[in-house]
Design a protein around this ligand. Structure first.
Ligand code: TXA
Ligand code: MG
Length: 332
């Protein structure tokens, strides 16, 4: 199959909608990362997503909607607090897990009684959902690779496997949505994202951060049990970094004969073979993180040293992704 990349415009959206209505799959930009979508109520279309990504069937998908009415089609009963959260944060990077309706096929939820739903803010994603109805979409990467934040990343992973990628440029946020389960009491933060726990606490004062394993020894967000965002090159994550610490580590790796890459927030005088400075704020860091990891991974390095950020506010989401990419974490 030939994979076409088309600039985001009316025709591209119309073409993508047509493919989705005809049981096909397409990649499109959202404000977080690129998604790989299928019409959510079509189980055979949804199965194509798992095939293209090489994603395990026990990892459920997020259903994207353009209206509360469409969310109501996927959810059996929307709790009052969910309506408040939707009013505050939708459209936007907040995914809510609730009891599913009978219309959602088991392929979407991996057999779970719950479904994850979000209303994206990106105009292309919203327009598609408006034309097609609820769209099930995971991130549009090959399973285990960093999520795609550019059309090119999707192409690198999925060329030959999907017919169309809508190119909306670099995604605005750069890390995936915050996921909150309202199916448990108290509510649980399953994945940190741009909507922070501090913001959520106003509506869910007793919200808990999910530990790895739920009641039935099942991870609460099944996808979180897998190693994600993993470059092939080993990543060493440095907590509470200082210029001396970073320089020392780079030198140590180089003394072992290792070609070293450095992923950092600020500027360092460093002898590393490849250096990428992605910005000091969590927002700047998040926006370029996956692109930087993909680029460093293509540079035939032996090791990548990554600088950690303070784990508060949006920094929590960035560090969650970095921790999951890391093969080693240095804390002192
Ligand atoms: O920002 C995003 O959320 C992006 C864009 C495309 O919208 N999507 C995304 O999807 O990150 P994906 O499939 O890469 O991650 C979805 C996560 C997985 O960890 C999955 O296990 C979890 O959501 N999930 C989906 N349905 C769930 C459910 N019913 N209960 C618990 N976790 C669920
Ligand atoms: Mg993903």
């Amino acid at each position: 199959m030939k994979t076409k990349i088309t600039k985001a415009n009316k025709q591209a959206i119309a073409k993508a909608a047509q493919i989705l209505k005809n049981n096909g799959i397409v990649a499109f930009p959202t404000e977080t990362v690129y998604g790989l979508g299928a019409y959510a109520f079509d189980s055979s279309a949804v199965r194509k997503i798992f095939m293209a990504k090489g994603r395990p069937a026990d990892d459920p998908l997020i259903v994207h909607v353009a209206s509360i009415a469409d969310a109501e089609k996927a959810v059996s009963k929307i709790p009052a607090v969910a309506r408040k959260l939707m009013k505050e944060f939708w459209p936007g990077p907040l995914t809510l897990v609730m009891q599913k309706s009978g219309r959602v096929p088991r392929e979407v939820t991996a057999g779970l009684p719950t479904v994850a739903v979000r209303m994206p803010r990106h105009p292309v994603a919203l327009a598609l959902c408006k034309k097609v109805g609820p769209i099930a979409a995971p991130s549009a990467n090959t399973f285990g690779r960093p999520s795609p934040t550019k059309a090119r990343h999707v192409y690198d992973d999925l060329k030959g496997k999907i017919p169309l990628i809508i190119d909306g440029g670099s995604t605005h946020i750069g890390v995936e949505s915050t996921i909150v389960s309202l199916a448990t009491k108290p509510a649980k933060l399953l994945r940190p994202g741009k909507i922070t726990i501090e913001q959520l606490q106003k509506f869910l004062p007793d919200i808990e951060i999910a530990t790895k394993v739920g009641k039935k020894k099942q991870p609460l967000a099944p996808g979180m049990k897998y190693t994600h965002y993993s470059p092939k090159t080993p990543v060493v994550l440095v907590l509470n970094p200082t210029a001396e610490k970073i320089q020392h580590l780079v030198k140590k790796e180089q003394d072992k004969g290792k070609k070293t890459g450095l992923l950092c927030a600020g500027r360092y005088h460093s002898e590393a073979e490849r250096v990428i400075i992605i910005g000091k704020t969590p927002e700047a860091f998040a926006k370029r993180l996956f692109d930087a990891l993909r680029w460093l991974d293509s540079q035939k390095l032996d090791v990548i040293i990554a600088e950690g950020l303070p784990e508060k506010g949006f920094g929590m989401a960035v560090m969650n992704r970095l921790r999951r990419a890391a093969s080693k974490i240095i804390s002192h």
